[in-house]
Design a protein around this ligand. Sequence first.
Ligand SMILES: C[S@@+](CC[C@H](N)C(=O)[O-])C[C@H]1O[C@@H](n2cnc3c(N)ncnc32)[C@H](O)[C@@H]1O
Length: 288
Amino acid sequence: MSDICKNWSTWLKKTRFSYMDENQIQQTLNWLTNIKNIVLDMADLKENQKVADFGCGSGLLGFGVLERFEDKIELIFSDKFQDCLDECENILNNSKIKSNVKFLKSDILDIKLKNDFLDRALTRSVLVHVLDKQQAFSELFRVLKPNGMYCAFEPIISQNTRYYELLIPDEASDYFDFKKAEMEFMTNLNDPLVNFSAQSLDLNMQMAGFNNVVVNVQKVVSKYSPTIETIENWFITPPAPNQKTMKERFMEYFDENKVNKYIEEVKFALSKREIRVCSDTALIRAIK
Ligand SMILES: C[S@@+](CC[C@H](N)C(=O)[O-])C[C@H]1O[C@@H](n2cnc3c(N)ncnc32)[C@H](O)[C@@H]1O
């Protein structure tokens, strides 16, 4: 059992909620349920289809399929990490569904399925963790049957509001240094979290051979007054297992004292006012 895989299960269950209060956790769970339903509605699932949830994690989409179809659909939970599959298997064992479900340990870059096998391939927030998105789309295309459909949700993190956009220059002593660093690491082509846009995803899918590609971008705007603790957590919570925190990203440019000073200045400035934060999300649908 790999540590990374253990970390993914832990990240999904705990870390991602670590800076939220009960209310925010509930809002996030409602948001996830909503995304699950939108992706499954888009997928236009039918009985007897073969469907896979790639990068299933704790099975948000896969269990959504089972809630709707029970064992009347052939479902594959697939993930690169065994802990995620174990997590899904435990949940499944406590359900009444006993057949038509398989578990496949597989990297989305090298899917252990034969060509033209699936009717539907689903992912949520998986490509954002994969460096070579073109290869992932080629694999998804390969394993789908002709007319098979790929449906997904991805956050377009490169478009998120940046910290320096929330501040006015006078509020941080080294504002322009930190702005330059953040602009650089938020557009780093070697970072899977930010090396893509809605346009590049669209292009990647067309290059893989998909038709009728739709990448529907929605801007999510939230306005709130962050607490000092919330702001601290923005900097120290890893965005995924094995990924650097914001603090660690800034520490690739500046020493820890300078970064700590900046974090304190951000806390001081932003904990006094309501902020407006935007993030882009994409709903994706493509046909083989
Ligand atoms: C943010 S989680 C999303 C989990 C789940 N899809 C959901 O909606 O909650 C990302 C998932 O992608 C998986 N993953 C990351 N890289 C992968 C890869 N190269 N191939 C397959 N799965 C991968 C992780 O193990 C993790 O389960």
